[in-house]
Design a binder for this molecule. Structure first.
Ligand SMILES: [Mg+2]
Length: 231
């Protein structure tokens, strides 16, 4: 089983993240709305390459600012603290579902389009020990919906993509990407209704997963094809 992270395993806290970017802007002496906009428009660059200091220096530079090392350090600390805070909010219900899935014999992979500070925070989170493998875009240099992302997760699990179940909210076209490599796709709306046009099974709560999978006989591996009904 392969899980997306933000808005799948926990709330992405997008509003709080933007407030933190605003606090970073104050530290850097940059108009808040300018840094937030630059942060949003650079998402792909941030997710497949830059660390947090590079992100700050590059975006500040694009906005015509040259912050001091001390300013960069303070701004980076705000961003890292948010990453740790947000990953710490995985609910006990979600952790229990993951434990149940593993107890049922499903190896678990995390496949996340995430920046370096998230990957660093992950290691210390309560989610990390529940997963067999992780594929962070910042670590591998490619992101969903590139097929390489899904193939990397399946390969690290040691199984063909066609036997994998992908669970995600649907950001970045990740559901179609998973279906394109033959995964069985389950869209979750537990935290956000990101991709309402997706034509396939929908989870209102991750707690539905163990029964859904056992009812679909997924322990033996699903047949190929994405988006089909499990029953
Ligand atoms: Mg997501």
């Amino acid at each position: 089983m392969i899980f997306d992270l933000f808005h799948t395993l926990l709330d992405g806290a997008d509003g709080e993240r933007d407030r933190v970017i605003g606090e970073m802007a104050v530290e850097l002496g940059i108009p808040q709305q300018d840094l937030v906009a630059a942060y949003h428009s650079s998402w792909r660059e941030r997710l497949i390459g830059w660390d947090v200091e590079q992100t700050i220096e590059t975006l500040a530079g694009r906005l015509g600012h040259r912050p001091t090392d001390a300013q960069v350090t303070r701004a980076a600390a705000l961003r890292r603290a948010f990453a740790i805070r947000s990953l710490g909010r995985a609910s006990m219900a979600t952790l229990t579902v993951l434990d149940k899935l593993r107890a049922d014999g499903h190896p678990l992979a995390l496949l996340s389009n995430a920046a370096a500070e998230t990957a660093a925070a992950w290691v210390e989170s309560r989610l990390a020990p529940r997963f067999d493998v992780t594929v962070f875009s910042c670590a591998v240099g490619f992101a969903k919906p590139d097929p390489e992302s899904y193939h990397a997760a399946a390969a690290r699990l040691g199984v063909p993509p066609e036997t994998c179940v992908f669970v995600g909210d649907g950001a970045d076209g990740e559901l179609a990407g998973a279906a394109a490599v033959g995964m069985w796709v389950l869209r979750t709306v537990e935290h956000r209704d990101t991709d309402p046009s997706w034509d396939g099974p929908v989870l209102s709560d991750l707690g539905e997963l163990p029964a859904l999978l056992s009812g679909a006989g997924v322990a033996e591996g699903p047949a190929s094809g994405g988006g089909r009904s499990p029953r």
